[in-house]
Structures are given as structure tokens and as C-alpha cells.
Design a protein around this ligand. Structure first.
Ligand code: AMP
Length: 114
């Protein structure tokens, strides 16, 4: 079940600040507070979903595609398309997910080994 008090839900509601990269009605992209690469941006859809599977099951293909198109827009905005990057989403205990609101990590700016 979705926890309305997870930290990303609080960021979406503006209760906790973040370093915004891009925001519109549907999505928010912001810098990770504990970056593991020179560029470490988190991307979240604003609608509640706990993880990747929940996001896919709850949304129609158009909405899912829109989110992934926006990830690519951020890749372009960060100017890491040519140098390369990694997109990761952690899910559940075995996936090492800490925050139970679906998000992607965009890592770049240097060689990503993890
Ligand atoms: P995950 O392990 O995939 O759930 O990743 C959660 C990520 O959220 C970690 O990389 C954290 O550093 C990051 N994080 C936690 N709290 C905040 C916050 N207040 N602002 C930005 N990033 C955060």
C-alpha cells in the first residue's frame, strides 16, 4: 500500500525542499541528496505508485510513455546523451529500494561502474 508520508510524497507536496531540475503537472526531477555520481538526478511521476510494477500496472501506456519521454528530455537537458548515462530503478527489498515512491535514478557525468 502507498505510504502518503514517504519522503518523495512530501517533496511533491512541497513540505520538504529539493533541488529542482524540472517540474510540470505530471513529473518532478531533482538532484539526489546523496549523489553517487557527478550527475545524479531522480525522476518521479507525481501520481502515487510504490515502485516500477505498481506504476506500470496503474497507468495506461500513454502515461507510461510520457514519463519515459520526459526522462529522455532530462537526459538532453543535462547534456549527457553523447557521453552516456545509466538509468536505474530499484524495487523492493532485494532491489534495495529505500523510498517507496516509484523513481528512476539518472546517473552520468563520469563513468558509472555500479
Ligand atoms: P532508492 O534506494 O532507489 O529508493 O533511492 C532513494 C534515493 O533517494 C537515494 O539515492 C537517496 O539519496 C535519495 N534521497 C533520499 N531523501 C532525499 C531527499 N530529501 N532529497 C533528494 N534525494 C533524496
Amino acid at each position: 500500500m502507498y505510504d502518503e508520508n514517504n519522503i518523495f510524497a512530501k517533496i511533491i507536496r512541497g513540505e520538504i525542499p529539493c533541488e529542482k531540475i524540472y517540474e510540470d503537472e505530471e513529473v518532478l526531477f531533482f538532484n539526489d541528496i546523496n549523489p553517487i555520481a557527478k550527475i545524479h538526478v531522480l525522476g518521479i511521476p507525481k501520481t502515487p505508485s510504490t515502485d516500477f510494477s505498481d506504476f506500470i500496472l496503474k497507468n495506461d501506456p500513454e502515461k507510461i510513455a510520457e514519463f519515459y519521454k520526459k526522462i529522455n528530455m532530462i537526459v538532453e537537458k543535462l547534456e549527457i546523451r553523447d557521453s552516456g548515462y545509466k538509468i536505474i530503478t530499484n524495487s523492493g527489498d532485494n532491489g534495495g529500494q529505500e523510498v517507496p515512491h516509484f523513481h528512476v535514478h539518472i546517473l552520468g557525468g563520469e563513468k558509472i561502474n555500479s
